[in-house]
Write a protein that binds this ligand. Structure first.
Ligand code: NOJ
Ligand code: MG
Length: 558
């Protein structure tokens, strides 16, 4: 496997709307991010992915772009963006932007022109079909945010357009070479500005199964989940290869794909040495307990399931490339609220989960606030949600017969807004995020869980994350932690998640994923204790007795 400039780094996702608000309008912004660059450097991260800050009506919080070449005024200006890239650079940090090119906003000039003249060149930028009242739609696929993938083309009674997500996110027609050229030009324009690369949104969706046709309905709305079509659509690879050659590869840029449902045999093409992308997220944890019929039917993962999923993914990528390892992102509940048993919120357990994930082979990717152990908000009222997906899932739950209280409880647990509550900088008003009214309510626990409290406090979750990052970068262990293989240790032992990282040296990462103590046989004697989320460790050299939620990292005898 070829070595890449980004392999040894730690990445961090910023959700700009909720990170730091510099001007008191309640919306985080680029000047806010700039003001926190010293913080990011102190934490030790070297790649920072910003969720979208392009011009957008924010129907899906910026994943609906109306101008790829400008910054939304709520987030700042192009000068701010240039300054952010430059200032980050002086601190050894590469800025990565979100690339949202499966769809744009219905307020993008391309779509406006397509509406004005569907038969003109911009009509070909989208999927527009004739349709007459009373006729079936071109296909019965259900969009990710609910309802059919088709809506009337604005200004027309006899035409519909396709959207895989919200109706304000019309899909771009990748079959059209003119569209593809526009996209590549835009990507290179940004890379020329000094950007480190991109996180690529929803990319598997760019290839549709054509001609459009129905699938058997999977709910009583007569529709079928769009994922069903993706399983059959062939040929996305051709687009991805072309995009990589025309853009990322020319710049040696970092790219991380939001890839779901890839075929196992495609992994080398996706993240191998000359892959379409540098890396892709490992979503195998996220897929546990998922039920496509609705969030109210989803089930929280058990530690054993999480462990098996992660080990399977590690084995899949082993000789091929680097997954990007996450426990959460802006589309997920908070990892500590999801993967730890209900009610378990101790610092030890949070560090265990974070450490087990961070020390895997691959690119560790933190999401803002994870380093503080930020949790789901537990007291949502319906009116407080801003996320289109949450509001849709609430309706799905009601239609399935849940009471309003039950439906609220179900969506509160999975809502994407859990991860989007503002960053908890301190215990002051606005949590140090804003001097105004935050666009989304704070998590009330900001008075206890915040950076000001944890910074410099021995044993805090934040300081633990700092030591994880430092360990992965340390001259003695970087080689092993970055490139060493992952070898599961006693994978059958229940609620023990342990593995070796074996390379130049051999390290043992051992975590007790439960509220009871448990013993573990050591593979061989330890040479040195490198990390411990508790104060002491109990071992006689052959056996390790782990306390509840204890995580230890040893260097072993060669
Ligand atoms: C995935 C993004 O992460 C999510 O936030 C967004 O809603 C969809 N793609 C559509 O762009
Ligand atoms: Mg602001």
């Amino acid at each position: 496997m070829q070595r890449k400039w980004w392999h040894g780094k730690t990445a961090y996702q910023i959700y700009p709307k909720s990170f730091c608000d510099s001007d008191g309008d309640g919306i985080g912004d680029l000047r806010g991010v700039i003001s926190k660059l010293d913080y990011l450097q102190e934490l030790g991260v070297e790649i920072v992915w910003l969720s979208p800050v392009y011009c957008s009506p924010l129907a899906d919080q910026g994943y609906d772009i109306s101008d790829y070449y400008n910054i939304d005024p709520r987030f700042g200006t192009m000068d701010d963006m240039d300054e952010l890239i430059a200032q980050a650079h002086t601190r050894g940090i590469s800025i990565v932007m979100d690339l949202v090119v499966n769809h744009c906003s219905d307020e993008h000039a391309w779509f406006r022109k397509a509406c004005e003249d569907p038969d003109g060149p911009f009509g070909e930028y989208f999927y527009i079909r004739d349709w007459h009242e009373g006729e079936p739609l071109p296909c019965n696929w259900r969009s990710y945010f609910g309802g059919p993938c088709w809506d009337l083309l604005p200004g027309h009674k006899d035409k519909v357009y396709f959207h895989a997500f919200h109706r304000k996110q019309p899909d771009l027609n990748w079959e059209n070479p003119a569209l593809r050229r526009e996209i590549y030009k835009m990507i290179n324009w940004w890379l020329d500005r000094g950007l480190g690369g991109f996180r690529i949104d929803a990319i598997i969706n760019i290839k549709k199964l054509l001609p459009f046709r129905d699938f058997p309905a999977d709910r009583d709305d007569g529709l079928c989940a769009i994922q069903r079509m993706l399983a059959e659509a062939e040929g996305v690879n051709v687009f991805l290869q072309e995009m990589a050659e025309e853009t990322f590869h020319r710049y040696d840029a970092f790219s991380v794909g939001e890839v779901f449902n890839e075929k196992a045999e495609d992994l080398p093409q996706i993240i191998g040495d000359n892959g379409y992308f540098s890396s892709m997220f490992d979503f195998s944890g996220h897929l546990i307990g998922l039920d496509r019929r609705g969030w109210h039917l989803c089930r929280l993962p058990a530690p054993e399931e999480y462990k098996q999923a992660v080990f399977t993914a590690q084995a899949r990528a082993a000789d091929i490339g680097f997954f990007s390892n996450i426990i959460e992102n802006h589309d997920e509940p908070r990892g500590v609220s999801h993967y730890l048993p209900q009610g378990e919120r101790s610092d030890a357990a949070k560090k265990l989960l974070g450490g087990l994930n961070f020390l895997l082979r691959g690119l560790p990717f933190l999401y803002q606030g994870q380093e503080l152990g930020m949790e789901n908000r537990t007291d949502w009222t319906l009116g407080e949600f801003d996320d289109v997906s949450t509001l849709d899932q609430y309706e799905v739950a009601l239609r399935a017969g849940l009471t309003p209280e039950q439906a609220l409880r179900a969506v509160s647990r999975y809502s994407r807004d859990n991860a989007r509550t503002p960053f908890q900088w301190d215990a002051g008003p606005g949590a140090g995020f804003t001097s105004g009214t935050p666009w989304l309510p704070l998590n009330g626990n900001y008075r206890e869980i915040n950076l000001a409290d944890q910074r410099g406090r021995a044993g805090s979750v934040y300081e633990f994350y700092r030591s994880l990052i430092a360990l992965r970068k340390s001259p003695d262990y970087a080689e092993t932690l970055v490139y060493g293989e992952t070898v599961p240790w006693l994978p059958e032992q229940k609620n023990l998640m342990a593995y070796l990282r074996r390379g130049e040296k051999t390290l043992l990462v051992a975590g007790n994923f439960q509220a009871l103590p448990q013993g573990m046989r050591m593979p061989c004697p330890a040479r040195e204790l490198l990390l411990n989320n508790l104060d002491s460790v109990d071992t006689d050299g052959t056996t390790l007795r782990l306390a509840p939620w204890q995580l230890v990292v040893f260097e072993l005898e060669p």
